[in-house]
Design a protein around this ligand. Structure first.
Ligand SMILES: Cc1cc2nc3c(=O)[nH]c(=O)nc-3n(C[C@H](O)[C@H](O)[C@H](O)COP(=O)(O)OP(=O)(O)OC[C@H]3O[C@@H](n4cnc5c(N)ncnc54)[C@H](O)[C@@H]3O)c2cc1C
Length: 388
């Protein structure tokens, strides 16, 4: 039997961004459904995995404003360097007179807080659910769902696609994308070092790609090591000792010896950017709108700004899904996406280049950023999601 239900808003994708939007709207009078393809536990939802997120100060503020407390390790300094070169820049929370530049927390921990919040709310959760049909009409959107042997037909005034980089909704709408394969893979793992990180996040640019260490509890750090496609297999297959030695060679001795490494995971990296953010009564947020290179840790931070903008427009606009308010969302967020993609691509391209004048220029750039407080402040505000 087909069960038919009307909603004000349906969110497709219960990952970090979709679940955050649902959480942001949970106290409104709106009738909201969240649809997630996976069984949606912190062990099975692909968005809630072991990757460690550098949550910018601005994102922590967004979570706080929607009543979500994210307890995590603070980043008090950021140290940026270029392997084997002289340029270095350091950013400190003191420069901006804030308690921290950002916070480090695993995607799984954020997922757990979001799940607990939503399970206590009035939002309808359709988990382990597949969308079998989707239609964008002028006044509403309809969806057919299958959950095991149950079938549902949903009708909604606004559909939000938060279904990740390979968004089914975006494909069904025929929205064109700009796609670029970086030919790089991020290897992530937890590592233990000899010295305490003093709440410093390190970003080190190497010829194969950037390498980041994010502070965790004690002497533990989270590693995001970007390598070229052709290096992945050999690095992933190294035994622990050989892996630690290779890592030591790339990062150097700033934090003493690398002592231990946990399980390694590999993420191939590409840029996916939707060319339009809305179509009819459908709007895209998070990775469905922009999948980024993790250099500088901007993907989720940008997705949370999508959430903040859209949530604000939803609660202040009388007609949900109305074109005028979706256009405002598209205009604001397109500008934000463009700026972040430019910075991310700039970092990837400039710092992976070994052409001597570029190497010199980028080191002078690093030194200049370090020496000129205003330039440094501008860069810090952008990376913290406060420069809007
Ligand atoms: C190695 C690495 C490190 C990173 N580090 C950082 C960082 O430090 N800081 C930062 O800000 N960002 C970081 N990011 C980016 C961040 O992880 C992403 O921006 C974030 O996960 C995007 O969340 P999302 O909910 O938009 O998409 P996703 O995480 O892809 O979630 C999409 C959800 O939709 C569900 N779904 C998919 N299709 C359907 C469907 N048809 N129906 C229903 N549900 C569906 C999926 O099951 C999933 O739960 C990093 C990324 C990587 C790869």
């Amino acid at each position: 039997m087909l069960e038919q239900i009307d909603y004000d808003i349906v969110i497709v994708g219960g990952g970090l961004v979709g679940a955050s939007l649902a959480a942001a709207l949970r106290h409104t009078q709106l009738k909201i459904a969240l649809i997630e393809a996976s069984p949606w536990t912190v062990q099975t939802c692909p968005s809630f995995d072991d990757r460690v997120i550098a949550l910018a100060y601005g994102s922590q503020q967004i979570f706080a404003s929607i009543g979500i407390d994210i307890a995590s390790v603070p980043i008090e300094q950021i140290h940026v360097s270029d392997q084997g070169k002289f340029g270095i820049t350091r950013l400190s929370h003191n420069l901006l007179k804030l308690p921290a530049l950002g916070y480090v927390i695993s995607a799984r921990q954020i997922g757990q807080v979001l799940q607990e919040t939503l399970q206590q709310s009035a939002i309808t959760l359709f988990t382990s659910t597949q969308i079998t049909e989707f239609k964008n009409h002028s006044q509403f959107v309809t969806l057919q769902l299958q959950q095991s042997d149950r079938h549902f037909q949903l009708k909604t005034r606004l559909l939000v696609a938060a279904d990740g980089g390979h968004s089914y909704i975006r494909q069904q709408l025929g929205i064109p994308i700009h796609q670029h394969d970086y030919q790089q893979t991020a290897i992530i793992a937890n590592v233990v070092l000899q010295k305490f990180h003093q709440y410093t996040a390190y970003e080190r640019f190497t010829p194969s790609g950037p390498l980041a260490l994010l502070p965790l509890q004690g002497n533990h750090c989270s590693l995001v090591w970007t390598v070229r496609q052709e290096q992945v297999e050999s690095i992933m297959s190294l035994d622990k000792l050989a892996f630690l030695q290779a890592l030591q060679q790339q990062f150097g001795w700033r934090l003493g010896q690398f002592i231990q490494v946990g399980q390694r995971y590999a993420y191939p990296l590409q840029l996916i950017q939707a060319q339009t953010l809305t179509k009819g009564r459908t709007v895209m947020i998070g990775n469905a709108a922009h999948t980024l290179h993790p250099v500088g840790g901007q993907g989720l931070n940008l997705g949370l700004r999508d959430v903040a903008t859209l949530a604000e427009l939803i609660v202040t606009t009388p007609e949900i899904g109305e074109k005028a308010s979706l256009d405002i969302y598209a205009q604001r967020q397109h500008a934000d996406h463009k700026k972040v993609i430019q910075i991310t691509n700039g970092l990837v391209n400039t710092f992976s280049n070994t052409f001597f004048p570029l190497v010199l220029a980028r080191n002078i750039g690093l030194l200049a950023t370090d020496a000129i407080p205003l330039l440094k402040k501008k860069f810090a505000l952008q990376m913290m999601g406060l420069n809007r």
